[in-house]
Design a binder for this molecule. Structure first.
Ligand code: ADP
Length: 472
């Protein structure tokens, strides 16, 4: 018997109006996973109403009071981590180390925004004598947070913690493939004392739930993480309604390795782009650009490391069947273009991994940058490598993409690393493994989207500025 999961609206579990549930798959085994409530516009209406009733009192609390409530949510996530992990494991097949890291980050998001909200404030503006002028950061009211299947609970917390800290109420719409952990988060938050209606979760498909949620007139801001195609459509609708959005979309991020880099660390970083969530990461550095004199030696080391990665131990399966098939279609297209991978290039066909949707870590070396596999986001454990001659060529190749989410540079020459960082067209740049954490803003240039998640920037994105001027 698979478990049925309901919506979470107004502080309680709510059964689907339609009476219908959507089946999901355990991607590690292809056995039936959880069943989730198949929501419709009717539950969106209930959830937005609950949020709009709860939000004004929440917004009137002081930052310190909201902070206290958010710390309670963080504690509840810590206490409920095992259950969250289990739900996430069933939906995504992620390996333990990955799950631990993601769930730890969830409570950390709430602690971070609980901390910084205590000093969130506007500024005073000196207009001379007889005027007292200041700004206030005010919430939007009800915000929609639409999340995908690659980091389900993590992305939900990433959006909800700053949105709530800024005084908003949230209606969340998790991916229909991976909803249970997000519903459980809302339950934990309610049990931890967060007022009813501040976090509501409506599950279901993008068309049945996401679209009416994004179009709801009471929703005044949308945070969306997902595909470029859906993001573009939502941005058009949001544009028509003149409401702001945060769009965290795809990437084809470069990792640029110069011959003077710390090679052991650079090899480990390049390899981790395949292992980390099996490449189903928006910021995955899947274009490996290596200085020509080092290219063959370096890529041989990455290929060797890739061949040692173990499915189910070092990385998990493709999380959805559509994604599994999409990666295989990329392999078929690459084969048609005459490419032979140096390692991988197929799904697992024997052992336990063959039962699930596991794809072999794959590296195509020394390929033409114009090929589809070098330009399109694959969202699997797949790297392409390309040699470059000098710094100028490295920069041109790194920027030769429609995306701009992330870039990584490895060089023993720190000045060169920072010079590259200045000119790379990406919202985040890591030089020599520099860390990107909850405190650092995440967001795109170009087709990777706009607005910022994480950091103080997210808190400001979930607030609007009011300026008040008093004549004395
Ligand atoms: P992915 O390829 O990562 O599944 P999608 O953009 O299809 O990316 O999905 C990301 C999230 O957006 C999911 O929660 C999905 O249900 C939702 N979604 C899909 N289509 C729409 C839509 N037309 N309107 C609103 N949300 C949608």
């Amino acid at each position: 018997m698979t478990k049925k999961h309901h919506h979470w609206i107004g502080g309680k579990a709510v059964e689907p109006v339609s009476g219908n549930y959507l089946a999901t798959l355990n991607p590690s085994t292809r056995e039936p996973g959880a069943e989730i409530a198949a929501g419709t516009a009717a539950e969106v209406e209930q959830a937005v109403h609950a949020a709009s009733v709860a939000q004004p009192a929440w917004a009137r609390l002081s930052g310190a009071e909201r902070s206290e409530a958010l710390h309670q949510v963080a504690s509840a996530i810590e206490a409920g981590a095992d259950d969250l992990m289990e739900l996430e494991r069933l939906s995504t097949g992620k390996v333990d180390a990955q799950l631990h890291m993601e769930i730890d980050m969830c409570s950390a998001y709430f602690r971070y925004y609980a901390g910084v909200v205590r000093s969130l404030g506007g500024r005073t503006i000196d207009q001379g004598a007889n005027l007292h002028t200041y700004t206030r950061l005010e919430p939007y009211g009800v915000v929609a947070i639409i999340t995908p299947w690659n980091f389900p609970i993590n992305q939900a917390c990433r959006g909800m913690a700053p949105a709530l800290a800024a005084g908003n109420a949230v209606v969340g719409k998790p991916s229909e493939f991976t909803s249970p952990s997000t519903v459980h988060l809302a339950k934990l938050a309610t049990e931890a004392g967060l007022p009813d209606g501040l976090i509501n979760i409506v599950t279901g498909t993008g068309v049945e739930v996401g679209a009416p949620l994004a179009a709801h007139p009471v929703v005044r801001r949308i945070a969306f993480t997902g595909s470029v195609a859906t993001g573009r459509r939502l941005a058009q609708d949001a544009g028509a309604r003149l409401i702001p959005m945060t769009l965290e979309l795809g990437g084809k991020s470069p990792v640029v390795v110069f011959a003077d880099a710390d090679l052991d660390r650079a090899v480990a970083a390049a390899t981790s782009a395949m292992a980390m969530n099996a490449g189903q990461t928006c910021t995955a550095t899947t274009r490996l650009l290596v200085e020509r004199s080092l290219h063959d030696e370096f890529t041989a080391r990455v290929v060797d490391a890739a061949s040692k990665l173990q499915p189910g131990v070092d990385f998990g399966p493709m999380i959805t069947e559509a994604q599994f098939n999409k990666v295989l279609a990329h392999f078929a297209e690459a084969a048609q273009a005459g490419l032979q991978p140096a390692v991988g290039g197929a799904a697992y066909s024997d052992g336990a991994a063959a039962a699930g949707m596991f794809i072999q870590p794959t590296v195509y070396t020394g390929i033409d940058p114009a090929l589809a596999i070098a330009r399109e986001e694959v969202f699997g454990p797949v790297l392409v490598t390309m040699p470059f001659g000098d710094e100028a060529e490295a920069l041109a190749m790194a920027n030769d993409t429609e995306y701009g989410l992330f870039a990584s540079v490895w060089s023993g020459d720190v000045s060169r690393g920072l010079r590259m960082a200045e000119q790379l067209e990406a919202g985040q740049v890591s030089v020599n493994g520099g860390a990107l954490t909850i405190e650092t803003p995440l967001g795109g240039y170009k087709n990777s989207g706009y607005g910022r998640e994480k950091g103080l920037e997210a808190l400001h994105d979930y607030a609007q500025v009011k300026c008040v001027s008093l004549s004395l």
